[in-house]
Every structure is written in structure tokens, then in C-alpha cells.
Design a protein around this ligand. Structure first.
Ligand SMILES: Nc1nc2c(ncn2[C@@H]2O[C@H](COP(=O)(O)OP(=O)(O)OP(=O)(O)O)[C@@H](O)[C@H]2O)c(=O)[nH]1
Ligand SMILES: [Mg+2]
Length: 293
């Protein structure tokens, strides 16, 4: 019998959804940083075997108070995963507070497919904290099972995978068996650059940025890439570039090294910066960057 299904991972920003997906898939699919709102899209990671195909979806952290259209789109990606899930993983971490009337609770109550409560970062908390948080959630929502894990240290992640597999029903392979994701190389390059921006720049800068790979040419010995970084204000542009171009050079080097690892090839990377004041609210820009269809 061949099993398959969609397993969707949701939760607030920064709880470790992307870390978990990468651990389950065994590849570095989604970018991970210590900052909230790292993931902005729904990203698929596929685990293939002769007897099964499990299609995981990593999603953006649920934004509580959407300010920009971009945030609304990010939340829409999350709510969309309620429609097509065969299994849902709701992820939280001890000490993460929710209000009794948080809309996610009502949403979770309505889930008809197997629903797991995944309490992450068990490496960083006491057993008691795990119990308290498990109890709080289980009083409110009918989870099939609660599982404490450490996505970072891969504690209980294999156990979680087999629990998921037990819940999947007979079904076909939806993707070719050698496929790991639905995203293009270009998308991952954009994400790698964005990851470095999140790591290198402070405060609102990373959140004001969008990266667009404008040129990608795979030549015999080298891959040539040119990317545009959109920011919202002139002052942000000068921060991106830095004194004498120092900041953007550093970004360029770190991104290039990471892209070279990803493509397993030498890379020439050109980065440019442009001001586009309201891209997070601009429908055309949001369409172009895949936030809305
Ligand atoms: N201590 C500890 N830290 C973890 C664990 N899993 C993830 N983290 C850290 O938590 C931070 C956020 O991880 P991500 O995987 O990016 O979280 P996310 O839920 O995808 O965040 P968004 O994309 O912003 O929604 C990173 O600094 C991770 O290294 C864990 O099991 N233990
Ligand atoms: Mg993420």
C-alpha cells in the first residue's frame, strides 16, 4: 500500500516551524533565523520513500496584528493550509502566551483531520513547563496527541514522523519521487539573500526588504546572478549600502558563499538596491513577489 498526504505546520512566528520542516525533510529548505517573521510564504518540503510520500508545508508565523497587505497575505497562506491538510501540526513553545479568545483556538477546534500539538524547544525548558503548556492547550482543543520535541536537536522528530505516517491514508504520489519541493532555484536564492539580510541588518530594515532575482544564468563554470533589493525609504537604502559600500559588500559575500554551497558551483553575485516606498501594500508588487495570486 502506498500512503500520501499533506501535513501542514502552523504556529506563531519564531516557534521553530521551519527548523522542524528542515529536520523532517532532512534538507535545508526553509531559511531559519532568530527573528520573527522569517518565513513569508508557504513552502513545501517532500519526504519520499517507496511506500509513501509526505508533503510538508512550512508556513509564515501567524501575524497577530497585520499592518500591511503583505501580513494579510502571510496569514492567508496559513488559513489556506486548513483547507487542504490531511494532518495538521500546531506548534508552540512553553511560555508562549495565548489569550483565551485568540482566533486560532476556534480555528483549531474546527479541524476535522488528525491534529497534533507540537511543543517545541524542549531542550530549553523544564519538564514542568512542558506539562503546564500541554495542559493549557489540551483543556481548550481536542488534539489527537501532544508531543514535546526539540526541532533544533532533533529530539522526538523521528517519533513525530512515524506518528504522522500512521495517520496518513492510502494515496498516490502527488509529485515525482525525486522532487523535494515545489519551489524554483531562483526562489531559494531570493530566500538565501533574505536570510543574510535578516542576520546582518537591524530593526526594521529586514522587514522593509524584498529581494528579486532579476538575472540568473548558469554558465559552464559559473552562475551569474543579479538581484535587486527593494527597500521602502531612502534612509534604508543608505543603511543597506553602508559607509563606502561596506555593508552591502559584506552581505554580497555572505550571500554568495551560501548560494555557492546551495548550487554547488561558483557564483558571481551582483546586488543592487532600489527604493519602492510602499511595496508591502502595493498589489502589483505583492503579486510579482508571490504574496498574492
Ligand atoms: N532552543 C531551541 N531553539 C530552537 C528550536 N527550534 C528552533 N529554534 C530556534 O528558534 C528560532 C526560530 O526558528 P524558525 O525555525 O525560524 O522559526 P519559525 O517558526 O519558522 O519562524 P517564522 O518563520 O518567523 O514564523 C531560531 O533561532 C531557531 O534556531 C529548538 O528545538 N530549541
Ligand atoms: Mg519559518
Amino acid at each position: 500500500m502506498h500512503k500520501s498526504g499533506f501535513v501542514n505546520i502552523i504556529g506563531r512566528p519564531n516557534v521553530g516551524k521551519s527548523t522542524l520542516m528542515n529536520a523532517l525533510v532532512g534538507e535545508r529548505m526553509s531559511i531559519i533565523t532568530h527573528k520573527p517573521q522569517t518565513t513569508r510564504h508557504r513552502i513545501i518540503g517532500i519526504v519520499n520513500d517507496d511506500d509513501y510520500q509526505v508533503i510538508f508545508s512550512d508556513t509564515p508565523g501567524i501575524v497577530r496584528d497585520p499592518i500591511y497587505k503583505m501580513h494579510e497575505s502571510m496569514n492567508k497562506f496559513v488559513w489556506g493550509t486548513f483547507e487542504d491538510a490531511d494532518v495538521m501540526l500546531f506548534m508552540t513553545e512553553p511560555k508562549e502566551e495565548y489569550d483565551e479568545d485568540d482566533p486560532i483556538i476556534e480555528k483549531l477546534r474546527g479541524v476535522k483531520v488528525p491534529l497534533f500539538l507540537v511543543i517545541n524547544k524542549m531542550d530549553a525548558f523544564e519538564q514542568d513547563d512542558l506539562l503546564v503548556w500541554s495542559r493549557w492547550w489540551n483543556d481548550k482543543v481536542d488534539f489527537l496527541e501532544t508531543i514535546p520535541i526539540s526541532a533544533k536537536e532533533k529530539t522526538n522528530t523521528e517519533k513525530l514522523f512515524s506518528l504522522i505516517l500512521n495517520q496518513l491514508e492510502e494515496g498516490p504520489a502527488y509529485y515525482p519521487k525525486d522532487q523535494l519541493t515545489d519551489r524554483s532555484e531562483r526562489f531559494f536564492i531570493t530566500e538565501i539573500i533574505r536570510e543574510k539580510i535578516l542576520l546582518l541588518y537591524r530593526q526594521e530594515i529586514p522587514y522593509s526588504c524584498q529581494v528579486d532575482v532579476e538575472y540568473f544564468k548558469d554558465e559552464e563554470r559559473i552562475v551569474r546572478i543579479s538581484a535587486m533589493i527593494y527597500v521602502m525609504r531612502k534612509t534604508q537604502k543608505s543603511i543597506m549600502i553602508g559607509k563606502g559600500g561596506e555593508a552591502i559588500r559584506k552581505l554580497g559575500t555572505e550571500a554568495r558563499l551560501s548560494i555557492e554551497k546551495f548550487l554547488e558551483k561558483k557564483v558571481f553575485l551582483e546586488l543592487r538596491v532600489k527604493v519602492r516606498d510602499n511595496w508591502r501594500d502595493d498589489e502589483n508588487m505583492l503579486k510579482r513577489f508571490g504574496y498574492i495570486q
